[in-house]
Write a protein that binds this ligand. Structure first.
Ligand SMILES: NC(=O)c1ccc[n+]([C@@H]2O[C@H](COP(=O)([O-])OP(=O)(O)OC[C@H]3O[C@@H](n4cnc5c(N)ncnc54)[C@H](O)[C@@H]3O)[C@@H](O)[C@H]2O)c1
Length: 231
């Protein structure tokens, strides 16, 4: 059994993750941390092997460092925080005053839905063959960060693949939306649109469960994107 604690357990994503983890074979839910439940992350770390973090941009970095210092692997779904700071902190040499500190891995994925991972992959391929592109990302009105982590990652992958600057991103926030993205590519007398729609948060759960099962086996201490586990 993999012992899992969820940070942000009272949130939209956290509640769905708790349900998915509770029903998954070989995984046990051992803690729900959330200020709304009166439970701090520190209170659930001792019993956990993996923490899944779906919290807020202003707390995800500190949460991840707290887990790693405790030797607990982290699967991060939270977006909109300074990913470079986390990477730098993880690459710092182990504190010599704590030689016994266990090594822990971090897997950060801006989107755990298989369709979104494929959208990013196809967009990166298309960017190599078409003149220009723009990204439109559309989310529910409660989303705190803009542009979305998925749009930023898509733009980064497209730039890496094409050698061109990252495409512009447009953000829409409206009630009635969950998580949606369109990548529109343009060329002489034609356009290509690649679109992904998330209509329920269950779409993220197979990816989250895969990440929980595999995070301890990753070769690097810091991995970005579910694609590293899928392809
Ligand atoms: N990677 C993905 O596939 C994916 C999918 C959907 C959403 N997200 C991201 O996940 C994050 C959460 O989204 P949401 O819609 O569930 O937000 P939400 O506001 O519904 O939930 C966040 C929860 O975190 C709690 N929280 C705040 N500080 C905390 C702390 N220090 N420790 C523990 N819990 C804390 C809040 O009380 C709240 O209950 C956002 O950054 C969002 O962009 C990622």
């Amino acid at each position: 059994m993999i012992r899992v604690a969820v940070a942000g357990a009272a949130g939209r994503m956290g509640q769905t993750v708790c349900e998915a983890v509770s029903g998954a074979e070989g995984i046990e839910l051992v803690g729900r941390a959330d200020p709304l439940l009166g439970v701090a992350l520190a209170d659930v770390l001792a019993g956990a092997e993996v923490v899944v973090d779906f919290t807020r941009p202003d707390t995800a970095l500190e949460n991840a460092l707290q887990c790693v210092r405790a030797g607990v692997h982290v699967v991060i779904g939270t977006t909109g925080f300074d990913q470079a700071s986390l990477e730098r902190a993880l690459n710092e040499p182990t504190d010599p005053s704590r030689p016994g500190m266990a090594r822990a891995n971090v897997l950060l994925a801006p989107n755990f839905a298989i369709g979104a991972v494929l959208m990013m992959r196809f967009a990166a391929e298309a960017a190599q063959h078409m003149q220009a592109a723009e990204i439109i990302e559309l989310h529910h009105e409660g989303k705190l960060d803009a542009p979305s982590g998925t749009a930023l990652r898509t733009a980064e992958l497209m730039a890496e693949a094409s050698g061109a600057p990252p495409p512009p991103i447009h953000s829409v926030r409206l009630p009635g939306l969950v998580a949606h993205q369109e990548v529109i590519l343009g060329d002489l007398a034609q356009t290509l649109t690649i679109r992904h729609d998330t209509i329920g948060r269950e779409s993220f759960m197979p990816g989250v469960l895969l990440a929980i099962r595999r995070v301890s086996t990753l070769a690097a201490p810091f991995t970005v994107g579910l694609e590293s586990l899928l392809f």
